[in-house]
Ligand binder design. Structure first.
Ligand code: IPD
Ligand code: CA
Ligand code: CA
Length: 258
């Protein structure tokens, strides 16, 4: 029932994203000038909550726009009602609903759905990852120089050593293709299915990566924080790769040469 409800929840949110995509909707700023939230983020979130509460009214929920519904439960739903809001607000169809479910503090299920290209990713701890019900695997690339990478940048510029621009600069100067799609959840799913060999980002929130990091692990990849240690989605930095390029990319991100 948990899996069915999770799938229904992402499908419900995604249907709302699709319904409003070609209509006018209100866009507001959260903080900074381009950290946006749309009316549709809230509608998607409300509809997702309704689906979950019908089946599991006692579960804990952490969601980007509404915050936390704290309950004494072993289960926690971590929700991004639209991941890729800036894309959505500009009618760029690279955006999705992303939901992860933790049990006793461990991610056990994840689903990411981009309704615009009809891609539904699903992962279950210990049971693998799928795209539209077909098993997916990470790529086989063995070095960073021949890899195709993806990253994202925070809404507020991070001025620090080995920050997002310095790492980007180093990779680009060596001719490594580094894409920037604008949806961390999709970035992670595309690593899981092998379109990208690796993803890194310096400042994510739990709802951005909850489902996607499980997807990469279950597709045979590796996910750590920016120091190479065990990843949990409450940390801000992430490196997610096919496993083969992980140490090399980790070294570059920490100031090493390529
Ligand atoms: C953002 C996207 C983006 C990433 C940002 C996130 P939002 O989430 O995932 O790719 O670079 O760090 O905040 O705001 O569109 O839900
Ligand atoms: Ca997000
Ligand atoms: Ca969001």
């Amino acid at each position: 029932m948990l899996k069915e409800t999770l799938i229904k929840a992402v499908e419900t949110g995604a249907a709302i994203m699709k319904e409003y995509f070609d209509q006018s909707f209100i866009i507001s700023n959260k903080e900074g000038i381009n950290n946006l939230v749309t009316e549709v983020d809230h509608k998607s979130e409300e509809a997702i909550f309704k689906v979950i509460k019908e089946q599991f009214p006692e579960h804990y929920i952490l969601s980007e726009e509404a915050g936390e519904i704290i309950q004494d439960s072993n289960y926690k739903w971590i929700i991004d009602p639209i991941d890729g809001t800036v894309n959505y607000a500009n009618r760029i169809p690279i955006c999705c609903v992303s939901i992860g479910i933790e049990k006793d503090g461990k991610m056990i299920l994840g689903a990411v759905y981009n309704p615009f290209i009809g891609e539904l990713f699903f992962a279950e701890k210990g049971k693998g990852a799928t795209l539209n019900n077909k098993t997916i695997h990470v790529s086989n690339k063995a070095d960073v120089k021949t890899s195709c990478l993806v990253t994202g940048f925070p809404y507020t510029y991070l001025d620090e050593a080995n920050g997002p621009l310095q790492v980007f600069d180093k990779l680009i100067r060596k001719g490594v293709p580094v894409r920037r799609l604008g949806s961390a959840a999709i970035d992670l799913c595309w690593v899981a299915m092998g379109r990208f060999d690796g993803f890194y980002e310096h400042q994510l929130q739990a709802w951005d990566s909850a489902a996607g990091f499980l997807m990469v692990e279950e597709a045979g990849g590796k996910v750590t924080d920016l120091t190479g240690k065990y990843y949990n989605p409450y940390q801000h930095g992430i490196i997610a790769t096919n496993g083969k390029i992980h140490d090399e990319l980790l070294n570059v991100i920490n100031g090493g040469n390529l």
